[in-house]
Design a binder for this molecule. Structure first.
Ligand SMILES: Nc1ncnc2c1ncn2[C@@H]1O[C@H](COP(=O)(O)OP(=O)(O)O)[C@@H](O)[C@H]1O
Ligand SMILES: [Mg+2]
Length: 267
């Protein structure tokens, strides 16, 4: 386990990576997601402060932290949706500042609020995204596949604005998976869902984790043990823990107690 002391030196970063779950120097799997001293400032407010980590092929990593910790902002930096104030995000080795389009084909990003086209139907938006992504001859097969995978068949022709939160989320997941990306960045995929829907989404993610590299944010601690072998904990824009899920809850403490200890109480 490594609990950062606020030291942002190269050495501290290296120590962190070496001791973290599944990312030791001897690990030869390719690095699929990399944050390299990422910073994001809004005026003088620092939303993300020198965040560094590497995620290797096949890892499923939970991105934990209280509300406002900087999870969504970090994910937007990693996906190229936001430009960093400084630092570099790399996806499959591509620098997101300079080579975003090359990385886009490999990336599936589920943003925090899902798809925002209320007048379109799931079928309409899937066709639109398939065209935009240049899937051409594969379009029908891929759309049929993700409709089945995300269990959308009963609602494909209803306007997204009239769908329940669960079906809107599934539509977002179908768009995320449409082009068969190797890397998934999922921002609170279970937020706002009922317990049955949460179980289904967890199962989908668990299956996806068998073949893909996944970074998923959540503040639901019970999800973590079931889905992720590694935890990145962020608080006030800084990484506070990077290590295995097993080591996170030490000394018979619960995940909840460890989370509380490592993060700042806020209203
Ligand atoms: N566009 C913005 N302008 C100013 N502050 C922002 C903006 N977006 C996010 N923030 C702030 O940055 C911090 C991190 O936000 P966010 O990354 O959304 O947190 P999380 O996803 O962990 O809940 C919060 O304090 C939030 O209010
Ligand atoms: Mg968020």
């Amino acid at each position: 386990m490594s609990q950062s002391s606020g030291d942002t030196s190269e050495q501290a970063g290296a120590t962190q990576a070496a001791s973290s779950g599944g990312t030791s120097a001897s690990d030869k799997r390719p690095i699929m997601i990399e944050a390299d001293k990422l910073c994001k400032y809004y005026g003088r407010f620092s939303a993300v402060e020198s965040v560094s980590f590497q995620i290797r092929k096949g890892e499923v990593v939970a991105f934990l932290g209280p509300n406002g910790a900087g999870k969504s902002t970090t994910m937007k930096l990693l996906t190229g949706y936001l430009a960093p104030s400084s630092g570099v995000a790399r996806l499959c080795g591509f620098d997101m500042n300079t080579n975003r389009l090359a990385a886009a084909g490999k990336l599936g990003y589920l943003p925090e609020n899902g798809p925002l086209y209320p007048d379109m139907t799931p079928m309409g938006i899937l066709k639109f995204f398939a065209r935009a992504r240049g899937l051409s001859h594969k379009t029908k097969d891929r759309i049929d596949h993700v409709i089945g995978q995300c269990d959308l068949s009963t609602v494909v022709n209803k306007p997204i604005g009239k769908l329940s939160r669960g079906y809107r989320q599934r539509t977002g997941m179908a768009l995320t998976l449409l082009h068969e990306p190797d890397v998934l960045i999922l921002d609170e995929p279970t937020a706002g869902l009922d317990p049955n829907q949460i179980r289904e989404v967890r199962e989908t993610i668990r299956k996806l984790g068998e073949t893909k590299t996944i970074l998923l944010s959540t503040h639901i601690l019970q999800e973590v043990e079931q889905m992720a072998s590694r935890i990145l904990l962020v608080d006030e824009g800084r990484i506070k823990y990077d290590g295995s899920t097993a080591e996170f809850a030490k000394n018979n403490q619960s995940l909840d107690e460890c989370f509380q200890e490592m993060t700042t109480a806020r209203n």
